[in-house]
Design a protein around this ligand. Sequence first.
Ligand code: ADP
Ligand code: ZN
Length: 603
Amino acid sequence: MTKFELLKKYYGYESFRQGQEVMIDAANKGRDVLGIMPTGGGKSICYQIPALMKPGITLVISPLIALMKDQVDGLNDNGIPSTYINSTLSLTESRQRYERIRNKEYKMIYVAPERLLTESFMNLVRSLAIDFIAVDEAHCISQWGHDFRPSYRDIPVFINQLDLRPTVGAYTATATSFVVEEIKKLLELHNPLELLTGFNRENLIYQVVKPKDKYKYTKEYLAGKSQSSGIIYCSTRKTVESLTSKLKGAGYLVEGYHGGMDPDIRSDVQENFMYGDIKIIVATNAFGMGIDKPDVRFVLHYNMPKNMESYYQEAGRAGRDGDESDCILLYSPADIVKQKLLISQNNQDEERLRIQFENLQYLVNYCHADSCLRQEISSYFGEDIGMDNCGSCGNCLGESSYIDMTKEAQIIMSLIYRTGQRFGLSIIIQTLRGSKNQKIQSWNLNQQSTYGMLKDYSEGALREIMMNLIARGYLHMTTDRFPVLKLTAASKAILKGEENIKVKQERVKVTDHKNRSKRKTSHSHLDYDEKLYEQLAAKRYQIAKENRKAAYLIFSNATLEELAFHKPLTRDGMLDIKGIGDHKYELYGQLFMDVIKDYLDQE
Ligand code: ADP
Ligand code: ZN
């Protein structure tokens, strides 16, 4: 069968996504591949289809033990015989699986990295024809990545012990060039086809919001979202707990999740979220790895994460089904201070500290960017999406006009310069606003010629202007515990009047960002029958409960929407629906056709 036929038969999809074909072709030809695609971008198909096309067995090495069962259930449901080997199996179960693997009953075997070098696994593997090894979450091999997993270093050792070297595919969502180089080197990939693609998630509406009162903003935001699933990320356990209880008190159905909770309760919360009982989770970044619920409609960051990479990962848990979803970052200057403290508390070597501060600064700059947020994110990852105005991010949605701020910038810069570049943001602001504060007097800052010169601007507006200058490299804020402002090489041109500074109007006028998406979050382009959809969803929920499976593994929402639109009553009609392949049809086709038939009879 061709790759197109396989895609249709096993997955029920009509066409490949960007990058998938290239990666499949390379692996099929026996060339190593390194696929860098964001979470939700569709990496699995890039190694599952070659696995189906190759004569032998494919090993998938994955760190996500908690998720292996789901992944393998999903494959078997699609009619692809697969199994997994990890520490959750009892000895008897392991033995049985080994037996069946020896009998060549499976096309794909998922395995935890810790297993690779064990004697029993090595023995097993020596008796098999393995022609492809897919390394999922390949960045786990790098110490510099965010989820270093020491046993990933066993992978090349393992591969070198095989008689014939299989084709190796590595897949990750981490794109920092340093980590990518590490993956290639440490995994010993042979001239891999390297593909970086898909970082622009078109269905995600990125926004940075600067509310006066974060709690109030959140509460109001949630009021319009009662039917949607979402995640609210906080930076500390304490914030998770207090926000959860406040929201509960206000009548919202939310649950908290953080690393300090009892593990049983924690996994209950996670399971309930996945299965659809709990809609909204308030969590630290401990909530994440392996959350691949497809219909998360919003990810709201109550606090700023530690860098762009984390932000992208966390925000990227929204909208995996391709429907429009919000990614909102609530910004407050206090969060930067908090993150800096967190970074400097981990006493590490200078070089690492410097990298972490730089990574944080990139995200701070993102919060103060005037340009397209989508472009800002993609270019961080090294992808040029070639648009200046996407029309669908917080910055491109609002029609803003720019105003000239060259004079103001000059005043700010000259004050910083004349006072010896040793004051922080708030002292400079107070001086510019002509504050009568004791400190200002005692440092003689009221003697400065620029004292009070910008008193017409609110404190928030001045902060905005200065942060914008920092984001654009016209000012530098040191990264120590008590950051001070300094001039940069770029400041000169402004001071000399050789260059102008333009700033978005609303930055200067309001501190409360009103530039929110006004677009309705539409879940589908189809005008489907909502009543029928509900009945189909109820059926799916029932099947999920009975089989102890996540609902989305049965059918995705998009598939249900199509069913509720086309209302097929025949096998062919069912197979025309996106997401229904032959095997899924065998498993569930009749059950859902019955629902449609009953529904139509009642009408
Ligand atoms: P990743 O592993 O990159 O995070 P997945 O492989 O889990 O992403 O894919 C994310 C979702 O996209 C899944 O629901 C998958 O079925 C779907 N998907 C992948 N490829 C396609 C395609 N060509 N057409 C439609 N949906 C796809
Ligand atoms: Zn944009």
